[in-house]
Design a binder for this molecule. Structure first.
Ligand SMILES: Nc1ncnc2c1ncn2[C@@H]1O[C@H](COP(=O)(O)OP(=O)(O)OP(=O)(O)O)[C@@H](O)[C@H]1O
Ligand SMILES: [Mg+2]
Length: 317
């Protein structure tokens, strides 16, 4: 499996469950002393619920197997955004001072730091920071529901454009300042900030879009609303060139002897299962049955992990 594994889909379909179960499954294959990072970009974190342990805004070991560790992190993105503002406020103000050179709405948005989904961008910045020394064998990312994440996916592109614009602006500024040498220190600081921001955006892009090391797994339920939204989401992800590879069809109903209700549920899902085979045929499809109890804690998560990755996908490869 790839190094970066993203899990995404509509609200409540089982993204956190699938991400946690996959991280545990990968842990079984790890060499001693290696570790996996399970990271959530969803401001409404639920890794802790999934593992039934407390996590929060720090690295916490949630499982261990033969010396290999699973580390989870529920980042406080709002706090990171505050820190970003505090750390770079002066530089941003300096950039804003050159406002006469600006006419692009994007840049104004950057300066105000009021972009929607910016807290999620902060999570990705943090993630690329955590990965700087490359110590994790895998990084599994539990994302926020599709509506939220789709904004995030567009941001690196928007950001790159902004940084380009800011950089061009910086050039003009540098030229001007060359004639007023006493302001040089500020220019250096702006330069440094722009360079750092560009580097971070680049590493985030790499992390999201490089098919060599990243795969995005969609999670859905075989029901109308979820299937439709997944179709739209896949389209968007493809447009943004995110390497989507797998589809998890979760909560698949099963017949049980004498259960009329179950039979009715199975019948309701049947056309949607067909629709899924038809419209997601180029993804590897994995079915997970609806379990009788909620999936909380290592034992049921391990069960889901095995169901997911031990069985052959239902279509190509
Ligand atoms: N196959 C399953 N059988 C039974 N319960 C399941 C199954 N998959 C997930 N659940 C339960 O469904 C609930 C929602 O799952 P989960 O939290 O993983 O969804 P999510 O997509 O991450 O939700 P959100 O969008 O709120 O983050 C959880 O209580 C989980 O235990
Ligand atoms: Mg979740």
């Amino acid at each position: 499996m790839k190094r970066y594994l993203f899990f995404g889909g509509k609200g409540g379909v089982g993204k956190t469950t699938a991400a946690s179960a996959t991280a545990l499954f990968l842990l079984k294959k790890l060499k001693p002393d290696n570790s996996i990072l399970l990271f959530s970009t969803d401001p409404a974190h639920s890794l802790a619920d999934s593992f039934a342990v407390k996590i929060g805004n720090r690295l916490v070991q949630v499982a261990e197997r033969k010396g290999a560790k699973l580390i989870a992190y529920e980042m406080d993105a709002a706090l990171a955004l505050e820190r970003f503002r505090a750390a770079h406020g002066k530089v941003l103000a300096e950039i804003a001072e050159r406002g006469t050179l600006l006419d692009d709405d994007d840049i104004n948005e950057l300066l105000n730091l009021s972009l929607p989904g910016l807290d999620e961008v902060m999570s990705l910045f943090e993630l690329s920071e955590l990965d700087r020394d490359g110590k994790y064998a895998h990084i599994v990312v539990d994302t926020a529901p599709s509506g939220h994440t789709s904004r995030l996916l567009r941001l690196p592109e928007v950001f790159a454009r902004m940084v380009g614009a800011l950089d061009r602006m910086g050039e003009k500024h540098r030229y001007m300042v060359a004639h007023f040498a006493r302001r040089k220190a500020v220019v250096d600081e702006v330069d440094l900030f722009l360079r750092d921001l560009t580097a971070r955006i680049e590493s985030v892009r790499h992390l999201l879009y490089d098919p060599e090391q990243t795969s995005f797994t969609l999670v859905t339920i075989p029901e109308a609303m979820s299937v439709r939204e997944t179709q739209r989401y896949l389209e968007l992800l493809r447009e943004q060139q995110v390497p989507v590879t797998d589809l998890i069809v979760n909560r698949v109903e099963q017949e049980h002897a004498g259960c009329v209700y179950c039979a009715a549920r199975v019948a309701t899902q049947r056309p949607w299962l067909k629709e899924i085979e038809k419209s997601f045929g180029d993804l590897k499809i994995h079915h997970v049955p609806l379990l009788s109890q909620e999936v909380r804690g290592v034992t049921p998560l391990n069960r889901i992990g095995t169901l997911l990755w031990k069985q052959k996908p239902s279509n190509r490869s």
